[in-house]
Ligand binder design. Structure first.
Ligand SMILES: CCCCCCCC/C=C\CCCCCCCCCCCCCCCC(=O)SCCNC(=O)CCNC(=O)[C@H](O)C(C)(C)COP(=O)(O)OP(=O)(O)OC[C@H]1O[C@@H](n2cnc3c(N)ncnc32)[C@H](O)[C@@H]1OP(=O)(O)O
Ligand SMILES: Cc1cc2nc3c(=O)[nH]c(=O)nc-3n(C[C@H](O)[C@H](O)[C@H](O)COP(=O)(O)OP(=O)(O)OC[C@H]3O[C@@H](n4cnc5c(N)ncnc54)[C@H](O)[C@@H]3O)c2cc1C
Length: 572
């Protein structure tokens, strides 16, 4: 249904109805409110947008300008866009599709502001789809990609909604205007944590799609001579092609397994929160923010590597890769801009580091920060052993977290305010947080391949993929591992040669590994990645359907080229 609506004809965007609007009702509405709106949303009897971001603010939620002012005399909230920059801007489906929106607005009652809260607002008539009184709507215009989705704008001119339209599972406003505090002010942000977690799977799926396309095409495409006089080889026989694609393939599996962990963590921690135990919220926020940032950034870069590995045809929309890249690029900005998200993870790590310095035993994804020895133990390590590789990534992350935190402490000891010290160390903090997430992904990958219930021959292939992913990470970031002598130059050389061996080891299983994603041609939408491998015939058919080929001589010839040529000839 959603796909049909989305493809029916540009301008219909129902994605956010499913991934943001409906989950917000599920997570932030009272049972009473769910009875009123949840089934309507699930049955698509209403279509919703998640309207949080404004023209002037996306990252800084506490800086949002839209207001929801409680009027006890009528028991209503007045939703208002006081400035141009308060115009809601970007929400998917807001421009032309949605007739409802959850609107994030600064809640005012009894003259006091209680910060951002979510409100259900009907924005279009259910009869004729015209904007409701006081509501101005529109599409924000063409974007880098996903132009079938009507990301829109909305302005509210003192629009009145019933008190009951404030999503009140956590915080409440009583009929007389009394504000009732939530267990945590951050619970209003809970759907962002959820959505960031789902982005890890979106990233895995996007990278799985791109590697499926590029690996399959690399088996169809033959180019050049590896040895004089021999037939042109499949381009996947070139080690450089394997070095481009197999680390991305390994990352797709790594992120797929990380998303399993994220989903399990989200379920267990939100389950505890339902019972009033908020202790897991900070770790859940840090993990979802870090994983979202890390996986989407690696995926966007990885898709472009796959695009380039397909040569000219990779640059054609026939490959499906430019669209995938555009989508994945969106994931780097949407749902929490990647830098800001990684800084959130860094904030948590600095806090945990201080706690471990004070003697607290750390648990969860940061437990290793307490356990890792500060002094490196150099020596000839077995760089093909997964345990050795995991330990190396954890040592690197612990060292970088410690270094960033100590730098910050040093800045504050010099008299800098905490915020200034934070800002002047934020590049170090970002790198430390990235190393932390990278070590989590490696550890989780290793634990998954060792425990997942599969045939031993499959486990062997997955283990090689995990070694490849880890060795690639070590060789790409060698300096981090060499810095304190934890790894030696000989270790790095050993890692490089093991990596080369893993490329050759994975080669025979590469097609099976991408086929295992089980991505139908209809999902891949790629001539290069077709399951039947009949690329060239379908590339020609695809090109012939280009709108430019509707006429043999395009109208632009008569309008522009012909007079231009004629005038130039007349000058000869
Ligand atoms: C095999 C099957 C395959 C099938 C398919 C295959 C094919 C598919 C192929 C590809 C698919 C994918 C590719 C294509 C995709 C194309 C689609 C394009 C995208 C579509 C989707 C877009 C959706 C986007 C929706 C949105 O963007 S909604 C708006 C999102 N906005 C944000 O996220 C705002 C970010 N900002 C913030 O969250 C906050 O402002 C801040 C940055 C966190 C700062 O907040 P604040 O100032 O209040 O906090 P701090 O002062 O920094 O910290 C105070 C303490 O609060 C804690 N904190 C902060 N936030 C949270 C939180 N959320 N939860 C808990 N705690 C939080 C913080 O840790 C501090 O705690 P302390 O203890 O340290 O004090
Ligand atoms: C495809 C797409 C779909 C979207 N869908 C929705 C939707 O459905 N609903 C919705 O509400 N929103 C949506 N958004 C908006 C999205 O959530 C915001 O764009 C995103 O949160 C980033 O905020 P911003 O645009 O204000 O960027 P900014 O925060 O202005 O980022 C600009 C730069 O400032 C930097 N920066 C900002 N703050 C800090 C800081 N504290 N420290 C260091 N650097 C900082 C950033 O790192 C970045 O480099 C969508 C966006 C896109 C691209």
């Amino acid at each position: 249904m959603a796909a049909a609506l989305q493809t029916l004809g540009g301008g219909i965007g129902i994605t956010l109805h499913w991934i943001a609007f409906t989950p917000t009702i599920e997570q932030q509405a009272t049972e009473e409110q769910k009875k009123k709106w949840l089934k309507l949303a699930q049955d698509v009897a209403i279509v919703g947008a998640y309207a949080q971001t404004e023209m002037g603010h996306g990252t800084f939620v506490r800086g949002l300008e839209t207001t929801a002012t409680y009027d006890p005399s009528t028991q209503e909230f007045v939703i208002n866009s006081p400035t141009l920059t308060s115009t809601k801007w970007w929400p998917g489906g807001l421009g032309k599709t949605a007739n409802h929106a959850t609107v994030m607005a600064q809640l005012y009652t009894r003259g006091k502001c209680y910060g951002p809260h979510n409100f259900m607002v009907q924005i279009r008539s259910l009869e004729n789809h015209q904007p409701c009184p006081g509501v101005t709507l529109g599409d924000i215009g063409p974007k880098m990609e996903s132009n079938g989705n009507d990301n829109g704008f909305a302005r509210f001119d003192h629009v009145r909604i019933p008190r009951e339209n404030m999503l009140m599972k956590f915080a409440r406003v009583e009929a007389d205007g009394t504000y009732v505090q939530p267990p945590s002010s951050k619970l209003a942000y809970s759907n962002m944590v959820y959505l960031r977690g789902t982005f890890v799977m979106s990233a895995a799926q996007a990278l799985a799609s791109a590697t499926t396309i590029a690996v399959r095409y690399s088996c169809v495409r033959r180019q050049s001579e590896m040895k004089p006089g021999e037939p042109e080889p499949q381009i996947l026989e070139y080690q450089t092609q394997q070095y481009k694609l197999f680390p991305q393939l390994a990352a797709a599996y790594a992120f797929w397994f990380a998303s399993w962990f994220m989903t399990q963590q989200h379920g267990s921690i939100t389950g505890s929160m339902e019972k009033g135990d908020m202790s897991g919220l900070a770790e859940l926020h840090a993990l979802s923010a870090g994983l979202k940032s890390y996986t989407t950034a690696v995926t966007a870069r990885g898709i472009d590597v796959c695009r380039m590995a397909c040569g000219g045809h990779g640059y054609s929309h026939a490959s499906g890769l430019p669209a995938l890249f555009g989508g994945a690029a969106a994931l780097c900005t949407a749902e929490g801009e990647n830098t800001v998200m990684m800084l959130q993870t860094a904030r948590y790590l600095v806090k945990c580091f201080a706690q471990s310095q004070a003697g607290k035993r750390l648990t969860g994804t940061v437990a290793y920060l307490s356990a890792v020895q500060p002094s490196p133990v150099a020596g000839n390590r077995n760089m093909s052993d997964l345990g050795t590789l995991v330990a190396a990534f954890q040592h690197r992350a612990a060292r970088m977290v410690r270094h960033a935190a100590m730098q910050m402490q040093g800045e504050m000891q010099k008299g800098k305010a905490r915020e200034d010290a934070w800002n002047s160390c934020s590049v170090l903090l970002i790198k430390a947080a990235e190393a932390h997430v990278h070590s989590f992904v490696v550890r989780n990958f290793a634990e998954t391949v060792q425990t997942v219930e599969v045939d031993e021959s499959v486990r062997a292939v997955l283990t090689s993929l995990c070694q490849l992913y880890s060795l690639y990470g070590i060789t790409e970031h060698a300096g981090d591992f060499l810095k304190d002598g934890y790894l030696t130059g000989r270790d790095i050389d050993a890692a490089s040669s093991h990596l080369s061996a893993m490329l050759a080891r994975v080669r025979p299983d590469a097609v099976a590994l991408v086929d295992a994603f089980d991505l139908h041609d209809k999902i891949l939408r790629s001539v290069l990645g077709r399951y039947d491998g009949r690329v060239y015939e379908h590339l020609y058919e695809w090109a012939k359907k280009s709108p430019l080929n509707k006429s043999e001589v395009h109208e632009s010839y008569y309008k522009y080229l012909q007079p231009f040529l004629k005038s130039n000839r007349a000058k000869l």
